[in-house]
Write a protein that binds this ligand. Structure first.
Ligand code: SF4
Length: 688
């Protein structure tokens, strides 16, 4: 069928998934926002400029294979045969787990699903994980433990607009997803962030803790809720378990102690709790600032415990949620890209789950590999004894976005085979042995699941340029060359989605009742949706939580310091984050002229006193160092920065990579690295 000239779809970037209408004009594709509930006619500058991504000058148009040290254009058969032959050699020599897969939270549901199936069946490897591990894994682990199920927002975004108070712990939607502000209209917005971010500037109350101390603050707030009599006793009795242990833990976090550790004044702690507790409707939302720590799961759990004590989750108009980051960060973690999960959000170690999924795939359950290892562990061991010798990367750019990025780049260089499927020559693609050019958002159909668990249709408005192909076709072609029957790897999104529905049926993220037909008819379908006559579930947990007894669990967590402490050599906290103009590693947005002009280079935000002590002035080039590496960044003096903290956005490549500094210390449960706090120093950049 020819592509329609106009179609409705969704933005290629963040998890808000703003609704857009695309029109193919003689001059190119034109975008306009739709009145979709999450964006209500708004877009941010990334969304407005998204069509330019389709025709960036260095768009990948041909498969390429490295020969004589250079990537050279080849035909598809040569590229796929090269990959398949090398995979077979490596696995024959080193075993199935010698080849791994690294996926992405921007891939559609169909691609995420087929990638997981491809890894487990065609490659027979347990070594699959994805960049969402670096994004929402702590919130997922904490949410699952507390509620028995993990959906970023267990309520529609539009519910936020009716709240009296919203507390944002480590989230900066004014830059990451600006249209969300249309819903953050609560009279009282409370923001917890070491920076006075664009969101914090709009807040009625800004709590500015030292990086890595959010958990102490959450425990202190629970302490205040208990001591000042704000706990919702009926709710705690009727809907939760474990409160006594959580209260006991919080008792040693009296406000003065919390002020000493976090720097947040006692009166501000009290004010925040009072605002939340007095509101008829209130939400506690976490973002990467609370989650990207070696204690990220416990930090999120600390905020969930606070929300439970105040009786918020599972009440219409109140609740806890996580502001998911990547475009399909929610769906990407549901369909089998995670090292420990099978489709439907099932555990890969659960015998019943293995039997169900194996049945859908038409293989014996015992043929499915067991759990693999997490994203950083996969990258850290790449090319080393016991690690993968070959890695297939789909929709990710770990050379820029992984922690300790210099080390990760070295590990990837040590591989015998690095294959990258992407539509732009990202920094990781440039290092690859084989590059596979793929289609992007407006060139193919599919579905994504946004931050509120709503499944959305992406639709195409034009064909891919050059020789670019859908990732589904790439997986089909590779699987066949690896000896798999082709019918196991459908190439149309609709066929893959139909299989995904069956595979997810009965799981936590149940898509069985969701069809392209229902989505195309405009139905708002939030999972779980177990049958075609089921309306979907926009609000989870209203009657009961997903644990067998229907009760939410307090976690009773304990604060611990950041994995790395400041020292005489590294006296500052370095923290990382995002800016309005760029998305993730910047591989896409750095190629859009308007966005590149808005944020052209790496920078570091520094308090004027801190800069003066380092001999730096506004606009100077600084060298920021940690125990893992050094990065160059332009100094921006910001009066509101803490004097002990510098901030760097992580979107920039080369010598400006913020992740050259970051600490790969991992959360014991979610395996999230400690992106948000590293000990660092600041110096003038030497002239040479
Ligand atoms: Fe909307 Fe996010 Fe796209 Fe901006 S980047 S237009 S907030 S989906």
């Amino acid at each position: 069928m020819p592509e329609p000239r106009t179609t409705t779809t969704h933005c290629p970037y963040c998890a808000l998934q703003c609704g857009t209408r695309l029109t193919r004009e003689r001059t190119g594709v034109v975008v306009e926002p739709t009145d979709f509930p999450v964006n209500r006619g708004g877009l941010c500058q990334k969304g407005w400029t998204a069509p330019a991504l389709l025709d960036v000058p260095d768009r990948l148009l041909h498969p390429m294979v490295r020969r004589g040290g250079r990537l050279r254009a080849v035909d598809w058969d040569t590229a796929l045969r090269t990959v398949a032959d090398r995979v077979r050699e490596l696995q024959a020599e080193h075993g199935s787990d010698a080849v791994g897969v690294f996926g992405g939270g921007g891939l559609t549901n169909e691609k995420s699903y087929l990638l997981g199936k491809f890894a487990r069946l065609a490659l027979g490897t347990s070594r699959i994980d994805y960049n969402g591990r670096f994004c929402m894994s702590s919130a997922a682990a904490a949410g699952t433990a507390a509620f028995g199920s993990d959906r970023g927002l267990p309520f529609p975004v539009t519910d936020l607009g009716r709240a009296g108070v919203v507390l944002l712990a480590g989230a900066n939607p004014a830059e990451t997803m600006p249209p969300l502000l249309r819903h953050l209209t609560a009279p009282e917005l409370v923001v917890i962030d070491p920076r006075r971010s664009a969101t914090a500037q709009r807040a009625a109350l800004h709590l500015q803790p030292a990086p890595g101390t959010d958990l102490a603050l959450a425990l202190g707030m629970l302490h205040i809720a208990v001591v000042d009599g704000w706990v919702d006793g009926d709710y705690v009795r009727d809907r939760t378990t474990g409160f006594d242990a959580a209260r006991q833990r919080a008792m040693s976090w009296w406000p003065e102690r919390v002020e000493r550790i976090t720097g947040v004044p006692v009166r501000a702690q009290r004010a925040a709790v009072r605002m939340l507790a007095r509101a008829d409707r209130a939400y506690v939302l976490t973002g990467r600032g609370a989650e990207q720590h070696a204690k990220g799961t416990d930090t999120v759990a600390g905020f969930i415990d606070l929300a439970l004590a105040l009786g918020l989750p599972g009440r219409e108009g109140s609740g806890y949620g996580c502001l998911t980051g990547q475009g399909n960060g929610q769906g990407g973690r549901e369909h089998g890209q995670k090292a420990d999960q099978l489709p439907g959000y099932r555990s890969i170690t659960d015998p019943a789950a293995r039997e169900h999924v194996a049945g859908v795939w038409g293989v014996p359950p015992e043929s499915l590999p067991g759990p693999g290892i997490s994203a950083y562990e996969l990258l850290d061991a790449a090319g080393a004894p016991g690690g993968v010798r070959g890695l297939l990367v789909f929709g990710s750019n770990p050379v820029v976005s992984a922690p300790r990025a210099g080390h990760v780049a070295e590990r990837l260089a040590a591989l015998d085979l690095l294959v990258v499927a992407d539509f732009v020559p990202s920094e990781t693609a440039r290092a690859a042995d084989v590059v596979l050019p793929v289609a992007q958002w407006a060139e193919e159909d599919g579905t994504v699941t946004n931050l509120e668990g709503r499944v959305l249709r992406r639709r195409r408005v034009r064909v891919p340029p050059g020789h670019a192909r859908s990732d589904l076709e790439v997986l089909h072609g590779l699987a066949r060359r690896l000896g798999e029957p082709g019918h196991r790897y459908p190439t149309t999104p609709r066929e893959v989605f139909e299989e995904l529905r069956r595979a997810s049926a009965g799981g936590a993220a149940d898509y069985a009742g969701i069809s392209y037909e229902r989505l195309d008819a405009g139905e708002a379908l939030h999972w779980p949706c177990p049958a075609e006559d089921h309306p979907g579930t926009p609000r989870l947990f209203l009657d009961r939580f997903a644990h067998p007894d229907g009760r939410a669990r307090f976690a009773a967590v304990e604060h611990r310091p950041a994995a790395e402490q400041v020292s005489a050599e590294f006296p500052l906290h370095a923290t990382t984050g995002r800016v309005l103009a760029h998305y993730q590693s910047g591989a896409q947005t750095r190629r859009i002229p308007e966005l590149a002009a808005a944020a052209p280079e790496a920078f570091v935000e520094v308090h004027p006193d801190t800069a003066r002590r380092a001999g730096l002035a506004d606009g100077d080039l600084a060298l920021v160092s940690s125990a893992r590496g050094r990065t160059a960044a332009r100094v921006r003096l910001v009066d509101s920065m803490r004097v002990d903290t510098v901030f760097l956005p992580f979107h920039f490549p080369g010598a400006g990579r913020a992740n050259l500094l970051t600490n790969p210390a991992l959360d014991p449960r979610s395996r999230m690295p400690e992106f948000k706090v590293a000990a660092a120093r600041l110096d003038p950049l030497p002239a040479d």
